[in-house]
Design a protein around this ligand. Structure first.
Ligand SMILES: Cc1cc2nc3c(=O)[nH]c(=O)nc-3n(C[C@H](O)[C@H](O)[C@H](O)COP(=O)(O)OP(=O)(O)OC[C@H]3O[C@@H](n4cnc5c(N)ncnc54)[C@H](O)[C@@H]3O)c2cc1C
Length: 367
């Protein structure tokens, strides 16, 4: 559920502004991070593996790498109230995660990420709360420059920087999204929550993801309105046919969303739509808005050195592994995966990346 709520972490008090996870994060970090065991500094001390990112993929890679005696350094991302991305990743913006195995009663997203991080700390993983601003992969060891302008060298790198959902950019959209009151970018994650059951919802977009999200929501919602700004869907013909023939799906053609309507008690109650052909505005009653206008993978810092697909996701050299076009560089999680985008799949890929890195390092005689 896309609501940020303060998890019950001993020592971290409820903050007045429940919408900003940054204050919580500072608290969590102050309880756990001491820029752990940073001991390097000379050219001779080249890291065996640096893991970039601290979502489920990054922490899982860190746990596996540490248990394989690779002594990993995690650059977990910088804390910023401006950025979509913070240490802990996308689940820091979520209250309940109900589909991650091992938590029979569900778990708060931030609490879950704290548990991942604590597990990595148990194996003495070193952590720095910095972004990678620049990376040079042209020769080994690789050179990474952080947002604090520090330089690190590494024999191998695991990229686990995730992807950020695209939003319309309306103030009302962000208000309801941050309050967890009916705006989300993940139907698989949030669609089954009671707020959407037997109620009309809207899915914004016209591509395959939008149609997939709409079809998924037909299991729960009374009616699913696809809001599309053109007069044709971009989704594949077969997907279009399924959607257009479904009794619960209506497409609002040539329509853009001008505003998300509602209040802090009821949450989202409707959308103000504008017809792109006639310019007329109207209100559509709905209880939830699902954004499906794509994600932006966090790959800009790679500056063209790693092969990406047309949407900017990292392409794997071998789809069954985590290898990229640059030997010694591995990728895991949503930064590569535009299909599943789940915590469990990201964690699984983090495990694969650490094992691949370990084997590759052993082949290089670095153990
Ligand atoms: C609202 C919402 C609810 C969701 N609910 C669920 C759910 O219930 N169940 C589920 O399974 N999935 C859910 N998901 C999806 C899940 O969050 C993602 O699939 C998962 O977090 C991906 O993990 P990841 O490790 O690949 O990346 P992310 O979690 O995206 O983490 C990326 C990390 O990289 C760091 N980073 C980015 N750029 C840099 C850089 N340049 N340098 C250093 N660090 C960097 C970020 O700070 C962050 O720590 C939800 C997603 C959203 C948006």
């Amino acid at each position: 559920m896309s609501l940020f709520r303060m998890p019950n972490v001993p020592g971290c008090q409820q903050d007045h502004d429940r919408r900003l996870p940054v204050s919580l994060l500072s608290c969590l970090l102050s309880h756990t991070i001491v820029v752990h065991n940073i001991k390097r500094g000379t050219m001779a001390d080249i890291e065996k593996v640096i893991i970039i990112g601290s979502g489920p993929a990054g922490w899982t890679a860190a746990i596996y790498a540490a248990r394989a005696n690779l002594d990993p350094l995690v650059l977990e991302g910088a804390i910023s109230s401006e950025s979509e991305m913070i240490p802990g990743g996308q689940l820091m913006f979520t209250t309940e995660v109900e589909n991650y195995p091992g938590f029979p009663n569900g778990v708060d997203g931030p609490e879950m990420m704290k548990a991942f991080r604590d597990q990595a700390l148990r194996f003495d993983v070193r952590i720095r709360t910095e972004n990678v601003a620049k990376i040079d992969l042209s020769s080994r060891p690789f050179t990474l420059t952080t947002s604090e302008d520090k330089t690190e060298q590494a024999h191998s790198v695991i990229i686990a920087t995730g992807a950020s959902a695209n939003w319309l950019g309306l103030e009302s959209e962000q208000h309801f999204r941050k309050a967890g009151l009916g705006v989300t970018a993940c139907a698989t994650c949030d669609g089954a929550f009671p707020r959407y059951r037997d109620k009309p919802v809207a899915v914004i977009g016209g591509g395959d993801s939008a149609v997939e999200e709409a079809m998924f929501m037909t299991k729960f919602a009374s009616q699913v309105h696809i809001i599309h700004r053109r007069d044709k869907l971009r989704a594949s013909k077969i997907m279009q046919k399924r959607a257009l023939e479904h009794p619960k799906v209506t497409v609002e053609w040539n329509s853009t969303t001008e505003d998300v309507l509602g209040d802090d008690d009821a949450g989202v109650t409707g959308l103000k739509l504008k017809n792109t052909q006639t310019g007329e505005s109207r209100t559509l009653d709905i209880s939830g808005m699902f954004l499906a206008i794509g994600h932006t993978p966090n790959t800009a810092f790679l500056d063209g050195q790693i092969d990406l697909d047309e949407k900017g996701y990292i392409k794997l050299k071998d789809p069954e592994r985590s290898t990229t076009n640059v030997e010694g560089v591995f990728a895991a999680g949503d930064v590569h995966d535009s299909i599943y985008r789940q915590a469990i799949t990201a964690a699984g890929m983090g495990c694969k990346a650490a094992i691949d890195a370990e084997r590759w390092l052993a082949d290089q005689g670095i153990e």
